[in-house]
Design a protein. Structure first.
Length: 367
């Protein structure tokens, strides 16, 4: 297989619900969709980078630039292109995991479609459905949060994750726990605290959380280990885990008991699978995170989340939770579970008219 032509398409989609985290407020999703045309047919990739640096140093314009200027030329130079060879060629450039994951995702989709094999089979999925969890943004008031979460509980989500930050932590968590004594509940701080807040965070132990996700800074792995020794609530790392190697280090330090895996954060689905393997070898449970993806990214995430070590509900929700109209046929939930696509490649296609309607910019690159 050889890469022949690439289309880089920017789309803007309004979010069904504004999404506020300790990093900021998102009202719409600005997304880069990469179409790779190869000698064996097309494949699709989705870039999870946000418009601004915040979650990590990557941002959408920067990712688009790195893809065009460095990653695509390296991948286009390969005569016997496979997903693993694409990843190896891109590894010559440090960092930029979300940019690399976008290219790898599209190459893997094209390669698998041509082989009539699914992402799920290729990655080693053992389940045909995945438990769905919902990530709930910071609300203006506790009453608004209660109303929003009530709706999600009624819809059947298997787990509720509350975004927290200093000033919005113990009170919202207490309110939700009092109203819903039995739900699986967890909190995600997106690195908003420091170790100086350890005693304050320990008060979360009263609310029987499944986990506390990334309370401290991305680089504060040793502080997470110290915090973990002070809390009964298990610590999960998201931002801090950037590779299988960093997962092994964090586990060895005692910095996390659970790992959130996002392919974009770690450079692609192949590295995501290696993190799954490292965690499984240490009996550390993992779950699949999300970055408000369209149906394309969700399709790949569903395949990953169907691997055996993914034993906790994913941040994979039905399309309607994110967008009034998704770019693919809508992802739906039934009794809190979402089906893993089983068609060739991603198993879902973008609908051309919908994609066109959301498009803000297109660049075509030919060899
Ligand atoms: O920390 O998991 C996170 C979205 C953007 C950036 C970071 C995060 C998130 C989410 C979204 O929580 C979860 C989802 O896609 O459903
Ligand atoms: Mg997170």
């Amino acid at each position: 297989m050889k890469l022949e032509r690439v289309e880089l398409r920017r789309i803007g989609i309004p979010l069904a619900t504004p999404f506020r985290t300790s990093l900021g407020l998102e009202l719409d999703r600005d997304i880069l969709i990469l179409r790779a045309d190869t000698s064996e047919g097309p494949g699709w990739g989705e870039c999870v980078a946000m418009p601004e640096p915040g979650y990590s140093e990557e941002y959408l314009d920067g990712a688009a630039h790195v893809i065009q200027r460095f990653l695509l030329p390296a991948v286009a130079a390969l005569d016997d292109l496979t997903p693993a060879r694409a990843a190896a060629a891109m590894a010559a450039f440090p960092g930029n995991p979300m940019a690399k994951a976008t290219v790898e995702m599209a190459v893997m989709d094209a390669w698998l479609r041509a082989r009539r094999s699914s992402y799920a089979d290729h990655l080693g999925a053992v389940r045909s459905t995945v438990e769905s969890g919902v990530s709930v943004g910071i609300a203006d008031t506790i009453d608004q949060l209660l109303a929003e979460v009530s709706g999600y509980v009624d819809q059947g989500y298997r787990r509720i994750k509350l975004k927290i930050e200093p000033g919005w932590d113990l009170e919202p968590v207490r309110a939700i726990r009092e109203r819903f004594p039995d739900i699986a509940l967890q909190a995600d701080a997106n690195a908003a605290y420091t170790f100086a807040d350890a005693r304050h965070l320990a008060a979360l132990d009263a609310f029987d959380l499944v986990m506390l996700e990334q309370p401290l800074g991305t680089a504060d792995v040793r502080d997470h280990a110290a915090l973990a020794r002070m809390l009964r609530t298990p610590i999960c790392l998201d931002e801090s885990i950037t590779s299988a190697r960093s997962a092994a280090d964090a586990i060895a330090l005692g910095a996390c008991a659970i790992v959130n895996i996002k392919a974009g954060r770690v450079g692609g689905y192949l590295e995501a699978r290696r993190i799954h393997d490292v965690c499984a070898a240490h009996s550390v449970p993992v779950w699949c995170g999300g970055m408000l993806e369209t149906g394309l990214g969700q399709a790949a995430n569903l395949a990953l989340a169907a691997l055996p070590g993914f034993t906790m509900p994913a941040d994979i929700a039905p399309s309607a939770r994110y967008f009034a109209t998704d770019v693919t046929a809508p992802i739906t939930m039934s009794e809190g579970r979402i089906a893993v696509p089983d068609g060739p490649g991603l198993g879902l296609d973008p609908i051309p008219e919908i994609l066109e309607g959301y498009t803000t910019d297109v660049v075509t690159i030919t060899r």
